[in-house]
Design a protein around this ligand. Structure first.
Ligand code: FUB
Length: 454
């Protein structure tokens, strides 16, 4: 599978996963990553042993709040995880009406970034200035500073001078020089002073990037001496994630490839960041999973990313399974699958009037199957199945591995028009990291909401 990380990498995460379970942290590592609010434009950063996530926070505009049919964002939350599966929401770190230079009713707190320097955390965010005479029309970019990644953050009284645009991104090179990147039609870059709050060079338009189609959301990183400038670009209808490389952080760059194709379902924006966590690269990006009819209410996702031998980046196929391990003792939402049978199986919303309720798996005909990878077992002996079916004779098999894997349960749950949970004995005790393969043996449809092992 393109987006699977090695067993060695996953096993490294086991102790952390167990600690997180004891702490009863929230989150799932499946896509979308954050389950109780819209999140977009994710910048992931590694601070200490944790991955921190700094996304935008989409909300829905009303008559008195923002502009209907457009992006609407009033604050930022920060999330963290030490195993990529469990994500903790540390709450609001910056709000539009508590930043001195921001117009308090602008609802324009767009894509942010955060970086650590000398033990302090610098959070960069774009917004609409209250004083357009002083700071110009459109967007300016401000900084807020904290002693811990989760805050509290204190915003600077004014935005950064000579920076007009959105989507700030900061990169600190090996020699300690920091660079600020942003977009406003072109992608711009400049050196930052050591104080991280002022430019220390002329502003440069970065070349040689595509000249046709919107470019935005720069994210720069370095690997093995190559500077990768990655950015969403509308090459066709909607944004795809592309990259260009250089031997200098300010270019010129050579357009090199596509990291993620445009959304197959038409979400117009994408916006991303890339990290290396415990020797595995990850792409954080967004999609409108919880808002299929309105693409300005988005949700953060993450998938594994791989480099080729020649240092180019492999195209990442978006998955629902996402990243991290899932504990077998959890309610495993198999609708966030790794693979699904080409016919006879489908995923449906549990409640179309409340998308945050999640999804269900419908196995419609004999042989329909779904596969869910990277489940961590700890000697479980029984399985619970949350299901509904009108078929008294329904028969569901569960295997570890793939279609020809070991049969671990054969469940005959009985007819139930409403959601019902039944328990069954496993045919053997299961240990370690396993993939799950669930197949319908009977003929009439059966729906599964979750599976759990005890
Ligand atoms: O979230 C608002 C804007 O949408 C971002 O600033 C862009 O990168 C796009 O994702």
């Amino acid at each position: 599978m393109n987006n699977q990380i090695s067993i060695r990498q996953q096993l490294k995460q086991l102790p952390i996963l167990l600690i997180a379970l004891l702490l009863n942290a929230t989150g799932f590592g499946q896509n979308p990553l954050i389950r109780d609010q819209f999140t977009a434009d994710p910048t992931a950063r590694i601070f200490g042993n944790k991955v921190f996530l700094f996304p935008s926070h989409d909300i829905l505009a009303t008559e008195s709040k923002g502009r209907k049919g457009w992006f609407c964002m009033e604050d930022y939350h920060v999330f963290s995880s030490d195993n990529l599966t469990d994500w903790t929401d540390h709450g609001v770190i910056i709000t539009q009406n508590k930043v001195p230079w921001v117009r308090p009713d602008s609802y324009s707190m767009w894509a942010p970034d955060c970086i650590e320097r000398n033990g302090r955390y610098y959070f960069y965010f774009p917004s609409a200035p209250a004083d357009t005479v002083k700071y110009g029309r459109g967007f300016a970019i401000g900084v807020a500073v904290a002693d811990k990644p989760e805050g509290p953050y204190t915003p600077e009284p004014t935005p950064i001078l000579n920076v007009h645009g959105i989507d700030p991104n900061v990169f600190i090179d090996k020699d300690g020089q920091a660079y600020l990147y942003w977009s406003a039609g072109h992608i711009y870059g400049a050196k930052l002073k050591d104080n991280m709050k002022e430019l220390d060079s002329e502003v440069k338009i970065l070349g040689d990037l595509p000249t046709k189609g919107l470019k935005e959301g720069p994210f720069v990183f370095e690997r093995e001496g190559i500077y990768y400038l990655t950015y969403p670009h509308v090459a066709n209808k909607t944004e795809q994630l592309e990259y260009a490389i250089s031997d200098n952080p300010l270019g010129p760059f050579k357009v090199t490839g596509v990291i993620m194709d445009e959304s197959p379902t038409g979400c117009w924006t994408n916006h991303h960041s890339i990290i290396n966590h415990q020797d595995q690269w990850y792409l954080f990006y967004h999609h409108n999973d919880y808002s299929p009819a309105f693409d300005k209410a988005r949700s953060v996702r993450a998938d594994s990313l791989f480099f080729n031998e020649d240092k180019t980046i492999r195209n990442v196929l978006p998955t629902l399974r996402g990243i991290g391990l899932t504990a077998a003792s959890r309610k495993i939402e198999i609708d966030r699958y790794t693979a699904i049978s080409p016919s006879g199986a489908e995923i449906a919303a549990l409640d179309t009037s409340n998308r945050f309720a999640g999804w269900t798996t419908i196995l419609r005909s004999t042989g329909a199957w779904i596969q869910y990878n990277s489940v961590l077992f700890d000697n479980q002996r029984t399985v619970q199945l949350n299901y509904k079916t009108s078929d008294e004779q329904a028969l569901i098999e569960i295997r570890t591995g793939q279609a020809d894997g070991t049969l671990i349960a054969l469940l005959k749950p009985g007819r139930s028009e409403n959601w019902k949970t039944i328990s069954g004995k496993l045919l053997k005790k299961i240990k370690g990291k396993q993939h799950l393969f669930i197949r319908l043996q009977s003929t009439k449809p059966a729906e599964i909401d979750w599976i759990q092992f005890n």
